[in-house]
Design a protein around this ligand. Structure first.
Ligand code: AMP
Ligand code: MG
Length: 319
């Protein structure tokens, strides 16, 4: 099977209704989607990704009313957040109804729900009678895809169709929050900055050690990794003639390294632009032949810099 890349919602719909899985665009990263109510389709998602079944999936839908129909209740702060950020790069963990199979949630009694902000996928969801379970459309552990071509390249021989919605505008995964005793807790830093959430619900707790958290929201220590060694830059000195080092910079080139081996996330220091470029640039350096090892610069620990650094640190960890 070689995936077709196209913009045909009816074709994507037909595959999904047959119990197949397809690549779908969202504003965060591309998803590998299947009918969330169909255990066989959900099983396919895990198989295609080679994803362990203890890592639960996010359920995507197109409006809040439908979302409400497969969760048991919605805490007040979840309403406030939904009002402001849905559709958007925010995923909420809410107590699930039995219509959501245990396989989707890895046996947890909460389900991760999101309304993606992408016109094609919203249109697709509007045409379907079921929500879509969709993790990122990459082989487990590798860099997440931010274009239809990334998906086709990595999973194209395992899926029939990739719905092409262009390059992702946010570029990193959604921020995942849960609710405990009226408190909002961040389980995964992502495309919605914590500062933005705090403007709506006040100070929130960030679950900083989520890699050891049994809820493990995509927070395995090593994740988002390129094939090549990736190392956090800490002021190393290089020989100016070095050709096998690649460098991912925030705003400016590292003057020790040839410029053709470097990519700059955002010359103006814009976090949103940096997030949008992050995964595509990691892929590009990973694919550049002369480069053997990639150094990356951490960003300031604020705003989306926190979510970007989180991914850089995980990409740098080899286990
Ligand atoms: P991905 O779509 O690949 O970014 O993965 C979605 C992430 O959401 C996974 O890493 C899951 O661990 C996390 N997740 C999904 N459902 C739950 C849940 N019920 N509780 C905690 N984390 C969840
Ligand atoms: Mg993922």
């Amino acid at each position: 099977m070689k995936a077709i890349i196209g913009k045909d919602i009816q074709q994507a719909k037909a595959f999904l209704e047959q119990g197949n899985v397809v690549g779908i665009p969202t504003e965060t990263v591309y998803g590998l989607a299947g009918n969330a109510f169909d255990i066989e389709a959900v099983t396919k998602i895990f198989e295609v990704k080679n994803r362990p079944t203890f890592d639960p999936l996010i359920v995507h839908t197109n409006n809040f009313e439908r979302l409400s129909s497969f969760v048991q209740y919605i805490p007040e702060k979840a309403f406030w957040l939904a009002e402001k950020f849905m559709p958007g790069p925010l995923t909420m963990l809410l107590p699930k109804q039995s219509s959501i199979p245990d396989l989707v949630t890895s046996g947890l009694d909460t389900v991760a729900v999101r309304i993606p902000n992408h016109p094609l996928t919203l249109d697709l969801l509007n045409n379907l009678s079921f929500p879509l379970a969709a993790p990122s459309a990459n082989p487990f552990g590798y860099i997440s895809p931010t274009s239809a071509q990334h998906v086709a390249k990595q999973l194209g021989d395992k899926i029939p169709y990739v719905l092409d919605g262009g390059d992702c505008t946010v570029g990193i995964e959604s921020t995942i929050v849960g609710f405990e005793n009226d408190e909002v807790i961040v389980y995964r830093k992502g495309g919605l900055a914590i500062e933005e959430i705090e403007k709506v619900v006040g100070k929130i707790k960030v679950n900083a050690h989520s890699s050891s958290n049994p809820k493990a929201p995509g927070m395995l220590k090593s994740h988002y990794s390129p094939r090549k060694d990736l190392v956090i830059f800490t002021g190393e000195k290089f020989d100016r003639n070095i050709t096998e080092i690649g460098y991912l910079a925030f705003q400016e080139f590292n003057t020790q390294i040839p410029e053709e081996n470097q990519l700059i996330l955002s010359p103006s220091g814009d976090y949103k632009e940096a997030a949008k470029h992050l995964f595509a640039f990691m892929r590009q350096l990973d694919g550049q032949e002369n480069i053997e090892k990639i150094y990356v610069e951490l960003l300031p620990e604020e705003n989306l810099g926190r979510a970007i650094n989180d991914r850089l640190r995980r990409a740098a960890t080899k286990i």
